[in-house]
Structures are given as C-alpha cells and as structure tokens.
Design a protein around this ligand. Sequence first.
Ligand code: ZN
Length: 90
Amino acid sequence: MSDPFEDFLRQRGLPQWGKDDPRALQVRARGKAQQRDRTDRTDRKITPPACPVCGGSMVLRTAQKGAKAGSRFWGCAGYPACKGTRPVAG
Ligand SMILES: [Zn+2]
C-alpha cells in the first residue's frame, strides 16, 4: 500500500520526508510566508495623485480631527503652504 504523498515526492525527485516531518513543515511554512510577502508588496504599490491646487505630489495622511477623524486622505506635500486634499479612492 503506497501513500499518495510519498508518490508525489517520488515523481518530483523530492526528499522522502514524511508529510509530518519538521523539515517538510518548514519548507511549506516558508512557501506560505513568501506568498504573503508578495501580496504585501503589491498592496503598498499605490501611486499618489497630483495636488488639485498646486499640481505637486501628495502624501497619504490620516485625519486628526473633525467628523472624518481617523479616516485616510491625500494631503498636499506642500502643507501647510498648500491645503490641497483629495479623497482616497476605494
Ligand atoms: Zn498642493
């Protein structure tokens, strides 16, 4: 009687570790961690819009006060000289 997991390893020329072997668990954990890293990098890739007032670059800010306190918005990098803002899309 053959274990389907052992057949899987044999077909690919992988080490004959048991599926509960600590080394096999490490390899699988590393693979999952790398997938998470790739997702995070994609999520951080946001292109800042241009300021509607001066056309300069904008930075992501969090409202400190008012009705929208705690919500995120784009604020002009030239603040306080320029008070241009934009809502964050999505
Ligand atoms: Zn501006």
